[in-house]
Design a protein around this ligand. Structure first.
Ligand SMILES: [Zn+2]
Ligand SMILES: [Zn+2]
Length: 240
């Protein structure tokens, strides 16, 4: 068994609010330099840069998971992780059909850049990724599981786009056993009775290269594999 440092909340230049420097090549290089072993790309409501991200990660010996930060109809953000592109892409197609029916305005929300793994611009995503989908928070856990992935609410300690800010409390009926907290989460928040029994991971939620912080957590695995990661997410506790 060995400890592997991880972060599963990173945005690329495809997220309208993500820096144009957050190309898949740059993100993976920065994560390797920072000492990560396992990372995931979670752009808002899209998996469009995940193929480039997974490809770019190979040269750094990083284990990369395709993912998404889904915006539910309640304007709650949820981290969705998939074992591979074959599972992530159909989910991305599903989410695309549930986006608001309008185009992105790059002047207002920022550009949405589709990249390859070598920093070549492939094009721009025209759909408006910044808005909320019509997918309800109570649907998400089972929906993502149906697509072969795993979901958990993002940054629950934040005062916007979070379960606690938008719904007021944690309801176990949502079906999540894991929650993400930010690195600034006050420890006393985790003592709330409605959070009893939940497990927590931290996500750096980097939108800029300098927000890719040093690793804050690790998972103890028998091997660095997608199967081991999903087993850990479903069953294990975070260590340090
Ligand atoms: Zn978020
Ligand atoms: Zn985010």
């Amino acid at each position: 068994m060995k400890d592997y440092r991880f972060d599963f909340h990173l945005h690329s230049c495809l997220s309208p609010c993500g820096s144009e420097d957050m190309t898949p090549a740059n993100i993976t290089a920065m994560c390797a330099l920072a000492g990560y072993d396992i990372i995931a790309l979670t752009d808002h409501n899209t998996v469009g840069n995940c193929a480039a991200f997974c490809e770019a990660a190979k040269q750094w010996d990083l284990l990369a998971l395709p993912g998404m930060e889904l915006t539910c109809v309640e304007e709650v953000h949820v981290v969705c992780l998939f074992p591979d592109l074959e599972h992530a892409i159909p989910f991305g197609d599903y989410v695309r059909r549930h986006l608001p029916p309008m185009d992105n305005d790059p002047r207002f929300f920022g550009p949405q850049l589709l990249m390859d793994s070598r920093d070549q611009l492939l094009g721009e995503e025209t759909a408006m990724l910044a808005g909320a989908t019509d997918i309800g928070i109570y649907e998400v856990a089972a929906l993502v599981r149906d697509y072969g992935g795993l979901a958990y609410p993002a940054h629950i300690d934040r005062d916007s786009f979070s379960v606690l800010s938008n719904l007021g409390l944690w309801d176990s009926e949502m079906g999540f056993s894991l929650a993400e907290i930010s690195s600034r989460c006050p420890p006393e928040l985790l003592q709330r009775p409605d959070l009893a029994g939940l497990r927590f991971v931290t996500g750096c939620d980097a939108h800029y290269l300098d927000q890719i912080s040093d690793p804050k957590q690790s998972m103890n695995l028998s091997e660095k594999s997608i199967n081991a990661v999903f087993h850990w997410l479903i069953n294990s506790q975070s260590s340090g």
